[in-house]
Design a protein around this ligand. Structure first.
Ligand code: FA5
Ligand code: MG
Length: 444
């Protein structure tokens, strides 16, 4: 079993978040280093790159149609975050290895989609843009962080206003969208009967029109982002303007609350980087929200990922920096290239341990009741932002005892200074102690 399954992590009867007391229980798994991010609200700090990115994306969507919501609380119910979106009870996203629970019925939202149902029900406009901080137990590397920001967008059309079928109205709105000439790879059909199906309540014409409007709207955001990033790179003398364009592609995806669904990826630092997920809204959402005749699209984009491209920010941890050498490089409304203050040396340390032999297999790829995210959180809890990357480098099962051993490689590197050997050895020792205490493993 997992340590946080057995006992109340905080061991306090309640936690205070946003000036409110929440009772804790056996589901509580919210560590202080995550709770302390709640007051930061980077998307609301005007000269922070996350807020500049938010405003740039908002500027591509007319405010009369897309009402912005930027101040919704991150503390939501399990119902809002999962049930209202049609997540099945056994969905891995619901587990304590993936989600921060305040208690059994309350979580820190894992995505801005947690507000879709309520916003559809409020019916304040044909569309919306919701920007917010979101929280997830996840991998540690330069593009993943346990707290990040998303913007949710949606656009709905009403069959009642359009003679029972919205396809023509959506195509008419599509024609009004700006055109672009960027090459975007899109090898799959809009609808695929097995991989990416049409929903029963929709006609293929409706889904095709909604998909076209959705993709064009998002492609226009990418065109704007790349255009601004390129201008800034030329101004900084980093580029001449005749470089190969970045590769961008649409791929098929799956979400419980959209179908068909897609993700948009760009080629960045030698690998595909996912910017957003989107799709045609599952009809159960507007139906349950009391607006059954409305249909349309929704997307959720990672603001850090977009900001990294826009400003040339190489590591997601930088967004949380209090260092004026980071913060003072940005100002409201300005897109400029980030100038690294200096590159400090990485330090790689391996840690190997035997998993508990008694525990049974579970998710997370590794098995034996052990989830990689538990390791990630132990490291983050000890080393905070002094850790750049944690990678599973070896797995091995003892041929005689059947016990399983894993080895993780931790890359310690500060963004702000050179770490000393003593400091790193202390961190590594503390990580070892934390995994023994919290995960019940045996160091090798
Ligand atoms: C979602 O969160 C869906 N709610 C998106 C969605 C909305 C789909 C509406 C359909 C309709 P996903 O888990 O893929 O999807 O996350 C969306 C984006 O958030 C990713 O593409 C990525 O840009 C960003 N993201 C995800 N995890 C992290 C992380 N740990 N650190 C930084 N950014 C992340
Ligand atoms: Mg995704």
């Amino acid at each position: 079993g997992q340590w946080h399954r057995r006992r109340n992590l905080s061991s306090k009867p309640s936690i205070e978040l946003e000036n409110q007391q929440f009772p804790t229980d056996s589901w509580t798994n919210l560590p202080p280093h995550i709770a302390s991010a709640l007051p930061r609200k980077l998307h609301l700090q005007p000269s922070h790159p996350i807020a500049i990115t938010r405003k740039l994306i908002e500027s591509r969507f007319p405010a009369a149609t897309y009402k912005p919501y930027n101040d919704l609380s991150p503390i939501v119910s399990v119902h809002q975050n999962f049930d209202s979106l049609g997540f099945p009870l056994e969905h891995p996203g619901r587990s304590k290895t993936d989600t921060y629970y305040v208690n059994a019925s309350t979580v820190l939202r894992t995505h801005t989609s947690a507000h879709q149902a309520d916003t559809f029900r409020a019916q304040e406009s044909d569309g919306f843009l919701i920007s917010a901080d979101v929280y997830r137990r996840d991998a540690i590397d330069r593009s993943h962080y346990p707290v990040f920001h998303q913007m949710e967008g949606a656009r709905m059309w009403s069959r009642d206003e359009h003679g029972g079928n919205v396809a023509a109205a959506v195509w008419a709105d599509f024609e009004k969208l700006p055109k672009h000439d960027m090459v975007i790879e899109d090898p799959n059909p809009t609808i695929h009967p097995e991989r990416n199906p049409l929903q029963d309540p929709h006609t293929a014409e409706e889904a095709e029109a909604i998909a076209a409007h959705l993709k064009r709207s998002l492609e226009n955001v990418v065109v704007e982002v790349f255009g601004q990033a390129k201008k800034a790179a030329i101004a900084a003398g980093e580029a001449k303007g005749d470089e190969e364009p970045l590769r961008v592609r649409w791929i098929e995806a799956y979400f419980p609350f959209t179908s068909p669904s897609w993700e948009l990826e760009v080629f960045w630092q030698g690998d595909w980087l996912e910017l957003l997920g989107c799709g045609v809204v599952q009809q159960h959402l507007p139906t349950n929200a009391g607006v059954p005749s409305k249909l349309g699209w929704a997307f959720g984009v990672g603001l850090e990922r977009v900001a990294m491209l826009l400003f040339g920010i190489p590591d997601i941890r930088l967004f949380w920096s209090h260092d004026p050498r980071f913060l003072e490089q940005f100002s409201e409304g300005t897109i400029n290239r980030f100038v690294p203050f200096s590159k400090y040396p990485p330090c790689f340390k391996d840690i190997a341990f035997w998993l508990k032999s008694s525990s049974s297999a579970a998710g997370g790829g590794v098995g034996a009741g052990f989830h990689e995210n538990d390791m990630m959180e132990c490291v983050r809890g000890v080393a905070g932002d002094l850790v750049e990357d944690v990678r599973l480098v070896d797995e091995f099962t003892h041929p005689k005892t059947g016990r399983k051993s894993v080895c993780f490689r931790i890359n310690y590197r500060s963004l702000e200074r050179t770490l000393t050997n003593e400091e790193i050895n202390k961190l590594q020792g503390d990580v070892g102690a934390a995994v023994v205490e919290k995960l019940g493993v045996e160091l090798r």
